[in-house]
Design a binder for this molecule. Structure first.
Ligand code: ATR
Length: 273
């Protein structure tokens, strides 16, 4: 057999990454001859590490925290969704030798909602909590789903206003207390509060009946936001494990031209929480 094509995920830290396992399962299922390793790379070493990786024949990279903005700067060519996200999580070596940057986070979120949870966003009132990099990364794919409205609520209102202005597509922006007396069909938590088991200060009754709560973060235990969703009687209150697998599947497709099935991988990761 020929030697495998090489891929990797770079991040700092990286030891916790589930990506090598996910891509190994995808490769096995689709019979792709490839390897996928995790590589710990400090931000100051990012450019040289990426150059070395491709010089040695590497075919594609995933970049995770805190390297997504650096990957965006590295890529000379970017997809529109990566351009808008100002962050790149997937680098693809092209046949002409150029490296294309894409961001598969938003499309991964939409795929998880639609395909795995049966949640269609068309004509829905969406609320996004947080106005940082995670929110920026998902806005364009969310807008493509033609929701009725998108509201961004953030602790620092100015950042939400800035983001809304930048996307210029009738996105509302406000602070958390201004959510009082409004209702939303889907609430997405894109704050980093989950990482410290914290929760933005949310008014009661902002989730519509049969509404959906989705935390972009995931954890072995239900996150504070997933617990909040359950308390609010959400129809579904979900964390971002499925999004992780779906963004990986999209990257895999970009590299290999083959779309792996994701449900078995999600089930397997869920079983090992
Ligand atoms: P990321 O790339 O994960 O989005 P970020 O760009 O640092 O990280 O953004 C973090 C987001 O989480 C911000 O919207 C932040 O609010 P501020 O802009 O006001 O800082 C939000 N955030 C973090 N901790 C929070 C908390 N405890 N409550 C509410 N919002 C929080």
């Amino acid at each position: 057999m020929n030697s495998p094509d090489n891929y990797a995920v770079m991040g700092y830290p990286i030891h916790h990454s589930k990506s090598p396992r996910i891509h190994a399962l995808f490769a096995e299922e689709t019979e792709q001859n490839m390897s996928y390793l995790a590589q710990e790379v400090r931000p100051e070493n990012f450019t040289s590490a990426v150059n070395t990786f491709f010089e040695k024949g590497g075919k594609g990279l995933n970049c995770t925290l805190p390297l997504k903005e650096l990957a965006w700067e590295f890529a000379t060519h970017k997809t529109p969704r990566a351009q808008a996200a100002k962050a790149v999580n997937t680098l693809i070596l092209q046949t002409n030798g150029q490296v294309l940057g894409d961001n598969t986070d938003g499309i991964g979120l939409v795929a998880d909602l639609k395909n795995n949870h049966g949640v269609n966003l068309e004509n829905k009132r969406l609320l996004i909590l947080g106005a940082g990099g995670a929110t920026r990364g998902i806005l364009l794919p969310l807008l493509d789903e033609k929701p009725k409205s998108i509201t961004i609520a953030n602790r620092t209102v100015e950042k939400a206003l800035q983001l809304a202005k930048e996307f210029q597509q009738h996105i509302h922006a406000c602070g958390f207390d201004a959510l009082e007396n409004h209702q939303f069909d889907v609430i997405l938590n894109a704050t980093s509060a989950s990482l410290s088991d914290d929760l933005p200060p949310l008014p009661e009754n902002i989730l519509a009946e049969n509404g959906i709560c989705y935390d972009l973060a995931y954890s072995n235990q239900p996150t504070a936001f997933v617990r909040w969703g359950i308390e609010q009687n959400a129809h579904k209150s979900i964390d971002g494990l499925g999004m992780l697998v779906e963004q990986a599947a999209e990257a895999f497709f970009l590299w290999r031209g083959v779309r792996p099935s994701t449900q078995d991988v999600i089930d397997l990761l869920n079983a090992h929480r």
